[in-house]
Design a protein around this ligand. Structure first.
Ligand code: DGT
Ligand code: CA
Ligand code: CA
Length: 575
């Protein structure tokens, strides 16, 4: 990744803010701000100047120290000095800084004079009128802060499940490794497999006395301890992720796990069933009067209201309780049910590896078949294939299939659906493939009607097997385009084609609701990795998680089929 002047400027600005919060020398703070301005308005790229060995100290306001920092940032993409500041300034103060109207000076005053270091404490202080004690904080500022806090709450940062997992797994291992600790489980939306999580809710059981709280708050990644108690503590990790830890009794473990797994709506429904039976259900157990009659395991909680255990992914009050009562809970799909993957890229376009390396990695991941689906020519940023290049690739796949053992390659393409609904390559070459994966990569802003009609038209093409990443969303970055998914699914059923659940962590579309709809309408879903490198087949776990939230069983998923049956289904889409 090339480092641009704006990246350097942003780092300098952030350093100035954090130094100011720390109460550093005002001259040093100003030096960083001036340097940020110089860099931002410079006519040429610093990276080029560094490469040519030019003397950076000749730039206005850049001395020896700043020049060295620029060279470091250009070479590594970050500054160690900033990393260090991030470790010393509480992460929650950086969140305060993001509230419009609160600059570093004010954040410093809040922290030093009122010991405020979280948004909650800030809100509390405003409501009690404590801010007025500080110079420079009037009623107008207070009102602005309250407004902005409300706006901030709705835009609260959520973490991709895949990202949260990178923090959750080592933390669980660290806690598990504490003397006296028995069980460690992450509950909450994380356990329900939601595509994004707001925070981590960790439950621990211990035998006898255990230093688990101390071990938790001393964890290397912890930036800030919000509260610490005997049975409950809350911290922020350096990445900004909040983690709640609760120590629960063995006898309550199942009840606590059930309660903190949620969802809230599911819990309320279960508690209601308890009330009908004269039972009180809470995070400590199931009680008849004062007597605890269940709660050691989740099974015992469900059994107390005459239900079988319900998988966490289903606990969203979307009919799972009725299904459980009537003995028709789905047998949710598992990763081991997948026999192949129908969407991946190679070096020929924007992937990083050759076809053979991708095939071997897919085989390692336990798959029997893999479709190679590089981009078509319209997607110039990915150097998409034209007809000639595609034919060359088809020949290469034929050759590889003769020599490869234990995996079969299918010939495919991820062809662009153009704005008018036509496909980006001629039908005759598309129809020579084993499958055609089609996707929208442009004109995301069409009206709902036009976007829907564009895709419906594409589906009518003579060769159309799978609609890839059908909503076009990128979580945290780009909204789904407007689309009438019900009409698309109806058309897919009539046409006999399929929709993809894309396993890339930012995509994960179909959504869970869409999966439910596909299931209802009888449209098979392809759970694909959209792998761009050999390691990406591991992403299929995320696709499976989403499919489970959408109630999908093995029989609802196209690529659980053995190769022969799959080929028959795909051939039927090529007419
Ligand atoms: P998140 O963190 O926003 O992704 O979503 P959750 O579902 O993890 O929510 P969180 O962390 O606020 O609480 C974890 C679970 O604890 C939640 O799913 C249900 C349970 N819970 C928390 N507060 C309440 C409550 O007031 N009533 C009920 N019934 N359950 C609650
Ligand atoms: Ca949570
Ligand atoms: Ca929580």
């Amino acid at each position: 990744m090339p480092v641009h002047n704006e990246d350097v400027a942003a780092i300098f600005d952030e350093m100035a803010d954090l130094l100011e919060i720390e109460g550093d020398n005002p001259y040093r703070v100003r030096a960083y701000r001036n340097a940020a301005r110089t860099v931002r308005h410079l006519g040429r790229e610093l990276a080029d100047m560094v490469e040519r060995g030019e003397d950076l100290t000749r730039l206005p306001g850049i001395g020896k120290e700043l020049a060295a920092k620029i060279r470091e940032i250009v070479a590594t993409g970050h500054a160690r000095a900033l990393d260090k500041l991030h470790r010393s300034v509480p992460a929650s103060l950086e969140a305060l800084l993001k509230i419009p109207g609160l600059g570093p000076k004010r954040v410093r005053a809040l922290y030093h004079d009122l010991h405020i270091k979280s948004l909650r404490q800030l809100e509390d202080a405003v409501r009690r009128g404590r801010l007025r004690q500080l110079p420079g904080f009037g009623p107008k500022t207070e009102r602005r802060i309250l407004e902005n806090l409300a706006a901030h709450r709705t835009a609260e940062k959520r973490f991709l499940h895949s990202v949260a997992r990178r923090y959750a797994e080592p933390l669980v291992a660290w806690l598990q490794d504490t003397p006296g600790v028995d069980r460690v489980v992450v509950a909450g939306s994380y356990r329900r497999g939601k595509e994004t999580v707001g925070d981590l809710d960790v439950l621990v059981t211990v035998r006898g006395d255990s230093p688990v709280m101390q071990r938790f708050t001393e964890y290397d990644e912890v930036a800030d301890v919000v509260s610490r108690g005997r049975t409950r503590s809350t911290v922020y990790l350096r990445c900004g992720l909040q983690v709640d830890l609760r120590v629960v009794e063995q006898a309550s473990f199942g009840a606590a796990l059930h309660y903190f797994t949620g969802s809230r709506a599911h819990n309320i429904a279960i508690r209601h069933l308890g009330q009908q039976r004269g039972l009180k259900i809470n995070e400590y157990g199931v009680f008849r009067g004062k007597r605890r009659i269940a709660g050691e395991s989740e099974e015992s909680v469900y059994a107390s209201v005459d239900l079988p255990w319900i998988p966490p992914e289903l606990r969203e009050a979307r009919g799972e309780i009725e299904a459980a009562r009537e003995g028709r809970l789905p047998r949710l799909i598992a990763r081991t049910d997948l026999r192949g993957d129908l969407h991946c890229h190679t070096r020929a376009t924007d992937g990083t590896a050759g076809i053979e390396a991708m095939a071997r990695a897919a085989r390692e991941a336990g798959l029997d078949y893999l479709a190679i689906t590089d981009h078509s020519r319209h997607l110039t940023v990915a150097r998409g294939l034209d007809e000639k290049a595609l034919r060359r690739q088809m020949e290469e796949i034929d050759r590889l299939n003769e020599t490869l053992d234990g995996i079969t390659l299918l010939k495919g393409i991820e062809v662009d659906i153009l704005e008018d609904g036509s496909l980006d390559l001629p039908a005759d070459v598309l129809c020579e493939l084993d499958l055609v994966v089609a996707a929208v990569h442009s004109a995301f802003r069409l009206s709902r009607r036009r976007q829907t009609e564009r895709i419906l038209r594409a589906m009518e093409a003579p060769c159309f097997s799978i609609l890839a990443h059908p909503s076009g969303r990128l979580l945290g970055e780009r909204e789904a385009y407007a689309l009438d998914m019900e009409r698309i699914l109806d058309a897919a059923r009539d046409r006999g084609c399929f929709l993809e659940l894309n396993s890339q962590p930012q995509r994960l579309d179909l959504t869970d609701d869409h999966c439910l709809l596909a299931r209802e309408k009888g449209v098979l879903v392809a759970i694909d990795s959209d792998a761009h490198q050999p390691g990406d087949f591991a992403l299929l776990d995320g696709g499976i998680r989403q499919a489970r939230r959408g109630w999908l069983e093995k029989g609802h998923v196209l690529n659980t089929l053995p190769l022969k049956t799959l080929r028959r289904k795909l051939r039927a889409t090529m007419r």
